[in-house]
Design a protein around this ligand. Structure first.
Ligand code: PGA
Length: 235
């Protein structure tokens, strides 16, 4: 299972270090889950342990004149080999187009990065019915090389992100299953995942893990979620 945490614009470098230390100290040596933390860019750091550090965003370039952005060279300094691409906050707030998202995917795939690729629909689309929903999601696969070996798809309905609203388990399973028909890579869910609902989400037949935002900020809660995933893997 993939249990990942997206800190977004939360936590300082020091707070992230402390979080990682607590997390590593509390992980059971036999933990089998793939644990990934996406801290803010200023908190990227070399980290040796069970937990993998990924970057929330990067410009698809080695280096150059792209004010305010970071590229491959800055990631390599910290040994970062994992990236989140296509998060709805980047698509919606930062206006990243599908073309830009796909370019990023292609660049980092060429560099053999592990990619967590996010897709998800806004509420208006969800309300328009299944046909519109799947058409919308299909467009988020445009120019994405699904034959690439090292990626995971994260389905994150925008209306469930940071809202405390989770879709029904049937709604989640339907989309995860649809994604699994396109690719045999892992498929995870994100959107208001928390200690109280992670178990039923992870037990969905097509679910290979979660991407957690707000509920991951408290390290004790994130540890609880990892432990729940371990219990499920064993049972
Ligand atoms: P949330 O965020 O858990 O706060 O809903 C999830 C995400 O945006 O990845």
């Amino acid at each position: 299972m993939v249990i990942s945490a997206n800190f977004k614009t939360n936590k300082t470098r020091e707070e992230t270090k402390e979080y990682l230390n607590t997390l590593e100290q509390n992980l059971h040596p036999s933990t089998s889950s793939e644990i990934i933390i996406f801290p803010p860019t200023t908190a990227l750091q070399h980290h040796i342990g069970r937990v993998e550090i990924g970057v929330q965003n990067s410009y698809p370039v080695e280096r150059g004149a792209f004010t305010g952005e970071i590229g491959l060279e800055q990631l390599e300094e910290f040994g970062i080999r994992t990236i989140l691409i296509g998060h709805s906050e980047r698509r919606e707030i930062l206006k990243e187009s599908q073309d830009e998202v796909a370019k990023k995917f292609q660049f980092f795939a060429e560099k053999n990065f592990k990619i967590i690729y996010c897709i998800g629909e806004p509420l208006e689309i969800r309300k328009e019915g299944r046909e519109k929903l799947f058409h919308y999601l299909e467009n988020q696969f445009r120019d994405i090389p699904l034959e690439y070996s090292n990626y995971t798809i994260a389905y994150e309905p925008i209306w469930a992100i940071g809202t405390g609203i989770t879709p029904t388990m049937e709604e989640i399973e339907e989309v995860l299953k649809w994604i699994k028909e396109k690719t045999d890579r892992k498929v995870i869910y994100g959107g208001s995942v928390k200690v109280a609902n992670i178990e039923e989400i992870l037990r969905l037949p097509s679910c290979d893990g979660v991407l957690v935002g707000s509920a991951s900020l408290e390290v004790t809660d994130f540890i609880k979620m990892i432990n729940i995933s371990e219990d499920i893997s064993k049972s």
